[in-house]
Design a protein around this ligand. Structure first.
Ligand code: CAO
Length: 426
């Protein structure tokens, strides 16, 4: 019977035992990992110095050990690979996972300290998590750890896989501190209850889905937002003069219907805005149809149903359809197909308030128009200040596809169209 000690582990002292990989009675092979230790910088596995049977564990998870600390006692004995495989798992292990058994030695095999750089760039995870990740084909350097000191735990691997399946982008693997990937700190793990009373509120399925989409779009698209304003004094007067008529017909004639019409007009003039990048990024797919997504705020979260062929519809038809799709959205009756195929989106917060905002592009579209609350403001007309109803526009665009000058031309054109209703209705 002999004790297995912590070998020379370089400069590390008082290192925490984070995982014990064997139990009393286990047959182990030489070089088979016995325990995992974790320092500030790395996770290390301590291998068995020889083949044998574990008699007694002398440490538990959470203990601090240094070179020379006793880990366990074992009875030496030449275990064959087959016997070891059987002891570890009733299914035979794949050949490459069976540790090689060689001549029995009586000293503890030292683990050579890893070069500093290599230690720092190693994913911080225990062997069982590395095995779990290997089985799922997950590259641990792309997984963000949420455990102590950023250690990757099982839930991190699971949520990485879920994210990939849901189409969320995985952060690119990048050497720490060398840029190229999202080399960020782990998310703060705060016990909020320590600071005051809290309550957990479950998030709806729609909120979780749109969060994943918004996150991808925010991270992957270089957004720029162009602000402008349109004089809608005459357009508003025209809208009001028609509301009694449309209300009789059972729907509200809102500004949004005119905004869709005016946007289609601007999209025709600037086709790069009614487009998507192709898969390679080599070409732009210019769409010859005009399907406009409209952000609808519902108690369950944000939904973006699409008004199809908006170019072929009149303002009344658009207003009627808007009323219908926002009702369907709020009653949770939209189908997946109702939210697909959009070429450009509009998000109107005008009914609520605000002066400007920076909407997130609805990928794979390349631009989105944000609309805030119109207000009467004094506008200089060359001779005097006149009270005009001004509508704030916030156009976010994908800067890979659209240059700033083109975006400024687009919003100036759109403002022009909105200020001249005859052009809107063309
Ligand atoms: N400026 C001033 N008033 C405006 C306005 C504007 N730009 N746009 C609308 N209004 C007024 C309307 O005229 C209406 O007034 P009345 O009640 O006096 O008739 C009121 O605001 C409410 O309008 P509405 O919301 O019923 O209609 P809408 O066509 O403007 O908008 C819809 C419809 C579905 C887009 C809207 O209800 C909605 O959900 N908006 C939120 C979208 C959202 O959440 N975007 C954020 C996405 S990013 O997170």
């Amino acid at each position: 019977m002999k004790d297995v000690l912590v070998p020379d582990i370089g400069d590390f002292k008082e290192v925490e035992v984070i995982e014990i990989l064997v139990k009393a009675g286990d047959t182990v092979a030489k070089e088979q990992s016995l325990v995992s230790l974790e320092s500030d910088k790395a996770t290390m596995e301590i291998p068995s110095p020889e083949a044998g049977v574990v008699k007694e564990l002398k440490v538990k998870v959470g203990d601090k050990v240094s070179e020379g600390s006793v880990l366990l006692s074992m009875e030496a004995g030449g275990a064959t690979p087959a016997a070891v495989a059987k002891a570890v798992d009733s299914k035979p292990l794949p050949k490459k996972e069976i540790p090689q058994v060689s001549a029995v030695v009586t000293h503890v095999a030292p683990v050579p300290p890893e070069p500093k750089d290599a230690v720092q760039s190693l994913p911080h995870a225990s062997p069982s998590i590395r095995k779990f990740a290997r089985e799922l084909g997950v590259d641990l350097s792309r997984v963000q750890g949420s455990g102590p000191k950023g250690r990757i735990v099982k839930e991190d691997v699971q949520s990485f896989v879920k994210g990939v399946l849901a189409g969320r982008p995985a952060p690119a693997a990048a050497p720490a501190g060398r840029g190229g990937g999202l080399d960020v700190l782990p998310w703060p793990d705060v016990d909020f209850g320590k600071f005051g009373p809290v309550e957990l509120k479950a998030r709806s399925r729609i909120k979780k889905l749109s969060a994943a989409n918004l996150h991808r779009n925010w991270v992957m698209i270089p957004h720029v937002t162009q602000f402008d304003e349109a004089d809608i004094t005459e357009l508003e007067a025209f809208r009001k003069s028609n509301t009694a008529e449309t209300e009789k017909q059972g729907f509200k004639l809102t500004m949004l219907a005119f905004l869709i019409k005016a946007s289609v007009n601007a999209l025709r003039q600037f086709p790069d805005f009614n487009a998507s990048l192709d898969k390679t990024g080599e070409s732009l797919v210019l769409k010859k149809y005009f399907h406009i997504g409209v952000a609808v705020d519902t108690p369950e979260g944000l939904m973006v149903p699409v008004v199809r062929d908006a170019d072929r519809k009149g303002v009344f038809d658009l207003a009627r359809e808007l009323a219908e799709i926002s009702r369907l959205a709020r009653d949770k009756k939209l189908k997946a197909g109702d939210m697909q195929g959009g070429t450009f989106s509009i998000s109107s917060l005008g009914g609520i308030g605000g002066t400007a905002f920076t909407p997130i592009i609805n990928a794979p579209e390349v631009a989105i128009l944000g609309v805030s609350k119109s207000q009467i403001r004094p506008v200089w007309n060359g001779k005097e200040f006149a009270p005009r109803l001004m509508l704030p526009l916030s156009l976010s665009y994908d800067h890979r596809v659209i240059d700033g000058a083109l975006a400024a031309r687009f919003t100036a054109y759109l403002a022009n169209v909105l200020s001249d209703i005859r052009r809107t209705l063309l």
